[in-house]
Design a protein around this ligand. Structure first.
Ligand code: ADP
Length: 227
C-alpha cells in the first residue's frame, strides 16, 4: 500500500513480561490503513483491541515493532513530538463520550483546537460547522447532561475531528446506544469520515456495522486475521 496513514509493522505487546502472569496480547501485528479507508476491527472482549488502538494512537508504546502515522516513523520519538502528533493528527472516540460536563457542546469542540494553537473565533466557527454536519447545531450551547446519548456521542465525534486529524481511532463508538440510535449515529459517523477522507480504524462487536465498513479484520490470539 502506498503511503498508508497508519502503518503498523511487527507490533508486539505483553503485560507483566517474564512474570508467571505474563499476558502476550499482541504477537506480531501488521496493519496498514490508507487515506479514506475505514477498517472494522472485530474482537471479543479481552482480545487486545484497546491495547492495539492505544498503540496506534501513541497513548502506549509497543514492546517491538514500528508505528508510522502520516508517513512519519514514531519509533524513538520523544514525548513532546508524540504528543504533538497525537493532538493534531489523531482523533479518538470512545464507547462513553467523555465530554467535559461543565462545558457546552460547542466548548467541548473548541477546547482541543485552542490547545492545538487555533484562534478562538476560527475554533468556534469550526465547532458550529461540525455540529451542523452531524445535525445538532441547535444543541451548541447545551451541556452534555442536557443532551441525549446519541447527541452526546455526535458531539464526541465532532471533538475527535476538531483538529482535522489524518487518523480516526474508535473503540465501540456506538456501543453504549440502543440499536436504532446506534444505527443512525453510526451513519452520521460514516458520512463525516467519508466527507473528510481520513483513515479510520473502528473497533466494534456489531457485525452489521462492521459490514458497512470497507474492510474487516479480526484480532485473534494476538494476530490479525481477515474476517
Ligand atoms: P479489549 O480491549 O479487547 O477488551 P484489552 O486490550 O483491554 O482488550 O486487554 C487485553 C488483555 O490484556 C486482557 O487480557 C487484559 O486483562 C490484559 N491487560 C490489559 N491491560 C493490562 C495491564 N495494564 N496490565 C495487565 N494486563 C492487562
Amino acid at each position: 500500500m502506498n503511503n498508508p496513514t497508519l502503518d503498523l509493522q511487527g507490533i508486539t505487546k505483553s503485560y507483566n513480561p517474564g512474570a508467571p502472569n505474563e499476558v502476550k496480547v499482541l504477537r506480531g501485528i501488521d496493519l496498514q490503513v490508507a487515506p479514506g479507508e475505514v477498517v472494522a476491527l472485530v474482537a471479543p472482549s479481552g482480545a487486545g483491541k484497546s491495547t492495539l488502538l492505544h498503540i496506534a494512537g501513541l497513548l502506549d508504546t509497543p514492546d517491538t515493532g514500528r508505528v508510522g502515522i502520516g508517513g512519519e516513523d514514531m519509533t524513538g520519538l520523544g514525548d513532546r513530538r508524540r504528543t504533538a502528533v497525537r493532538r493534531s493528527d489523531v482523533g479518538f472516540i470512545y464507547q462513553f463520550h467523555h465530554l467535559l460536563p461543565e462545558f457546552t457542546a460547542s466548548e467541548n469542540i473548541v477546547l482541543p483546537q485552542l490547545a492545538n494553537g487555533t484562534g478562538r473565533a476560527e475554533a468556534e466557527a469550526r465547532a458550529r460547522d461540525l455540529l451542523t454536519q452531524v445535525g445538532i447545531e441547535g444543541r451548541a450551547d447545551h451541556r452534555p447532561a442536557a443532551l441525549s446519548g446519541g447527541e452526546q456521542q455526535r458531539v464526541a465525534f465532532c471533538r475527535a475531528l476538531a483538529n482535522a486529524p489524518r487518523l480516526l481511532l474508535a473503540d465501540e463508538p456506538t456501543g453504549n446506544l440502543d440499536p436504532a440510535t446506534s444505527d443512525q449515529v453510526f451513519g452520521t459517523l460514516m458520512a463525516l469520515v467519508r466527507d473528510t477522507g481520513l483513515a479510520a480504524l473502528i473497533a466494534t462487536h456489531n457485525l452489521d456495522l462492521a459490514g458497512r465498513m470497507d474492510r474487516q479484520i479480526r484480532l485473534d490470539a494476538g494476530h490479525l486475521v481477515p474476517v
